[in-house]
Design a protein around this ligand. Structure first.
Ligand code: NAG
Ligand code: NAG
Length: 155
């Protein structure tokens, strides 16, 4: 029932947006989170969003993650998706993944997936994440960590 409600709501928002001639697919920031961000631990990331060709309500996220800001080569690629909660360019829901393999730290045998909310009123991305690293099958019970990060826009 709830899922059906969500699907129906999504359908209606899309048609309202397109019908009202709001932000279009080629807008440079169809999700509101394009830019540079830093979290409470000093990790930085750059995000760019690209609307789907069929709707500006959802699209892809790309960018890079920098666990130690200032280290120019210490970047990991980011891939994800966004969905907007409404017709205005605000209040985006994001999900993205980082694979921890780069030239500086090599292969850390791990990925982390972040998911969370962007709010335009305080220009902040609130995320939860789960990080999983490779273990032997018998040790899978201890191969993950869960946490939270809050990202503020870096000016
Ligand atoms: C659509 O996108 C183009 C290119 O970015 C921009 O110039 C134009 O203002 C946009 N129109 C609307 C309604 O957002
Ligand atoms: C990643 O896995 C490889 C192969 O098992 C191992 O040699 C390497 O030390 C691991 N790296 C880390 C950071 O644990």
């Amino acid at each position: 029932m709830f899922l059906i409600f969500l699907l129906l709501t999504g359908c209606c928002l899309i048609s309202v947006t397109q019908g009202a001639g709001g932000k279009n697919d080629t807008s440079s920031d169809p999700c509101g989170v394009t830019g540079s961000w830093v979290n409470e631990l000093g990790s930085g990331m750059e995000l760019t969003c690209q609307a789907d060709s069929t709707s500006v309500i959802s699209g892809s996220l790309s960018g890079r993650y920098n666990s130690a800001v200032g280290h120019a080569k210490d970047f990991y690629k980011i891939s994800g998706r966004y969905a907007r909660s409404g017709t205005k360019l605000e209040n985006c829901i994001v999900g993205f993944t980082v694979a921890y393999n780069n030239d500086v730290h090599g292969n850390s045998n791990s990925t982390a997936s972040f998911t969370g909310n962007y709010f335009s009123f305080d220009d902040t991305i609130y995320t939860h994440w789960i990080l999983v690293y490779h273990t032997q099958p018998g040790n899978m019970w201890l191969n993950s960590n869960m946490g939270k990060n809050i990202f503020k826009r870096q000016h």
